[in-house]
Design a protein. Structure first.
Length: 324
């Protein structure tokens, strides 16, 4: 009789992989072109969150298999004794996994509901704005500018922001906000926030994505106007104007703007963005990309192994004998 190799390593590695990913999130956002960094962070967050949830699910199932009551409810289709004998994970680990998985599922469901609700509210607000042009100018002395997703999306700019910038800087501002809408940056932010809700270890990936989408929009604006220094000046002046005029506290939660994720007292990591614009564009770093891809491939392999091992344990418990 052979032992099922269930979860000796694979399932626990799935729970550990988010740790190096979280550690590497900010360096990845700083050293890779922002478009590539945003895609890697988003895909990585979704894959790692799904894999860690799978690992918790596998551990939870092995705990539930040990209860004879469940075996009776399944018409005796498996043997709790056989499952306990062949499962190397302790009951306490399995029960802890049940609790953590329930908490993660609840947090993810709440975050999903919030994001759907905020995006729907943003789309409704965009549709109700006056006129049919993409640009909407609002009378407000506070300096504000943001892109509001919807069908169609709208760019909202206050008169206070327009007064703070000159005509050439207006072009930069609009190019930045158009990039948010054109590339659907709000979806990248939403997906990484959902992943971070399911696995809090992935929060650095979500926060870095909020930065890289702004850097992506900065680079798009630089390409549109052909002057990186002008974009840097515009970003800096917009931040100073917002601080000086103290923009209003309420801005739609789904909005993205030149100042980053909006908060009246924290306009975002503007100095880092300005510094990046004052240096040459970043190039792809093959080794860094390869390391991230390798981590995601290892995650996929471990997920496959954990699933296969769970299937082997279920087969053993179902038949009451081990495969020869």
């Amino acid at each position: 009789m052979t032992e099922a190799p269930l979860m000796h390593f694979a399932v626990y590695l799935l729970l550990l992989f988010p740790v190096p990913a979280a550690w590497a999130a900010r360096p990845l956002g700083e050293r890779l072109p922002p478009r590539l960094a945003t895609w890697l962070l988003t895909v990585g967050a979704v894959v790692l969150a799904s894999a860690s949830s799978l690992a918790l699910g596998v551990l939870a199932i092995t705990a539930l298999l040990r209860f004879p009551l469940l075996a009776r409810l399944a018409d005796g289709r498996w043997s709790a004794q056989v499952a306990q004998h062949h499962d190397p994970a302790s009951l306490s680990v399995g029960l802890l996994a049940c609790a953590v998985l329930a908490a993660a599922a609840t947090a993810a469901a709440v975050m999903l509901w919030r994001r759907v609700r905020t995006l729907a509210a943003a789309a409704a607000e965009a549709a109700c704005m006056p006129g049919h042009e993409q640009l909407v100018v609002v009378e407000d002395p506070a300096a504000e500018a943001y892109a509001l997703p919807g069908l169609p999306g709208r760019i909202v700019v206050s008169t206070g922001m327009l007064d703070a910038l000159d005509s050439s800087e207006h072009e930069v501002l609009l190019a930045h906000e158009r990039a948010h809408l054109t590339h659907h940056h709000y979806l990248f932010v939403a997906f990484t926030q959902l992943a971070a809700a399911a696995n809090p270890l992935l929060r650095p990936l979500a926060s870095t994505t909020s930065y890289t989408v702004e850097r992506w929009a900065d680079e798009s604006a630089a390409t549109a106007v052909g002057d990186r220094r002008q974009v840097a000046r515009t970003v800096g002046k917009a931040a100073l104007a917002a601080k000086r005029t103290r923009a209003r506290g309420w801005i739609p939660a789904a909005a993205l703007g030149v100042l980053g994720r909006f908060a009246p007292t924290e306009p975002g990591p503007v100095p880092r963005r300005v510094a990046a614009l004052l240096t040459p564009p970043l190039r792809n770093r093959t080794l860094l990309v390869a390391a991230i891809v390798a981590l995601l491939l290892a995650t996929a392999v471990c997920a496959f192994e954990a699933t296969r091992d769970l299937e082997a344990l279920l087969d053993l418990a179902r038949h009451g004998v081990a495969r020869r």
